[in-house]
Design a protein around this ligand. Sequence first.
Ligand code: URA
Length: 209
Amino acid sequence: MAKVYVFDHPLIQHKLTYIRDKNTGTKEFRELVDEVATLMAFEITRDMPLEEIEIETPVSSTKSKVLSGKKLGIVPILRAGIGMVDGILKLIPAAKVGHIGLYRDPETLKPVEYYVKLPSDVEERDFIVVDPMLATGGTAVEAINSLKKRGAKHIKFMCLIAAPEGVEVVKKAHPDVDIYIAALDEKLNDHGYIVPGLGDAGDRLFGTK
Ligand code: URA
């Protein structure tokens, strides 16, 4: 069964408060999302495999640990997911970045893929799918389906704020995908917004309305 991790680190919680605040402008909002993504990347990479190599310090020879070269991919869900990519790349600069774009069909209300571009070696990579908001879960489920369809086997999902409804939907559809969250909020409102949430993440990141 999928595990859900809520990152309650004080720095993440502090920055999230200003991300939520409606008086925070676009520039600061973008910077804070970037910083929180970096801090979350630090936590999410806790289980990265290490191997020992032999090195010489100025004093003696010793065995010491390095990352064992696992290939990573970051996949933002367009468009708001883009706001989290650079923050993650600061810690994992060798990761490749794919993109998945989905829109909601006005009749069926189901998410439909309109853009998918992934690294060519999908089957060999571990992926982190990112979207600041996990609301109904429909988009996250479809983005993960899209990755799995193309051969991805190890996927994590990372967001800033999740609604309990969305977490349940993703857990049920993808029990093999662990979910990493900075805050688990109260609920969804009738318009599909997370309460208390932060409003529309894409609009706040890119200054659109
Ligand atoms: N997407 C957003 O940007 N905000 C929400 O509250 C829900 C979905």
